[in-house]
Ligand binder design. Structure first.
Ligand SMILES: [Zn+2]
Length: 196
């Protein structure tokens, strides 16, 4: 009788471990598939050419990107005054409970003036951003300033109020940027200005 119980226990244990190791193998395959990087999508500019210390380099990249992927317009020529700066929110701003949904500010003097760009970036946020998040934020602000886009409700869009999470990939940015350039995303809306 004891022998039978022992054999049963052995068989059961074997089956248990066998199924576990099988599942582990299966899970590893899934993980490997997820980790496999998709090759970078084609783009006519080099997104690694920007210098994180120079917000102007993001402007230059954006201007080139519009020119080479859409054939223009040349926003570098249209915008005669380009003012990009790092800001440190004052203690008063913080105490007043002002919350920022992303690290950048587009100002009225930029988006309501088609010949000027005026954007502030909170440095404390900026330094913690990944390379792709920095691109995402600057294109978002250029979206307000140059295209006069309002926010979108889809997190996959550049105009979503919060910058994409830190694990966002360059291809997510490139895909979102294509739609952004083509003025082709869900619920697109424009900021209206006094002179309109
Ligand atoms: Zn915004």
């Amino acid at each position: 009788m004891r022998k039978i119980i022992l054999i049963n226990i052995l068989i059961f244990s074997f089956l248990f471990f066998y199924s576990c190791s099988k599942r582990e193998k299966y899970e590893n395959v899934i993980l490997e598939q997820q980790e496999e990087e998709e090759p970078q999508l084609d783009s006519c500019v080099d997104y690694t050419s920007v210098n994180p210390d120079s917000l102007e380099s993001y402007w230059e990249l954006f201007v080139e990107d519009v020119k080479c992927s859409r054939g223009g317009p040349n926003y570098g020529e249209i915008n005669k005054t380009v003012t990009l700066y790092f800001i440190v929110p004052t203690a008063e701003t913080i105490a007043s409970g002002v919350t920022v949904d992303h690290a950048g500010y587009s100002t009225y003097s930029g988006y309501c003036n088609s010949e000027a760009v005026n954007i502030g970036v909170i440095e404390d946020y900026w330094i913690d951003y990944t390379e792709v998040q920095k691109l995402w934020l600057m294109y978002h602000e250029f979206g307000h300033d140059v295209y006069r886009y309002r926010h979108s409700s889809d997190p996959k869009d550049i105009m979503y109020p919060s910058v994409a999470r830190s694990d966002v990939k360059i291809n997510d940015f490139i895909r979102a940027k294509e739609k952004f350039f083509k003025r082709d995303f869900e619920g697109i809306e424009y900021i209206s200005c006094d002179q309109d």
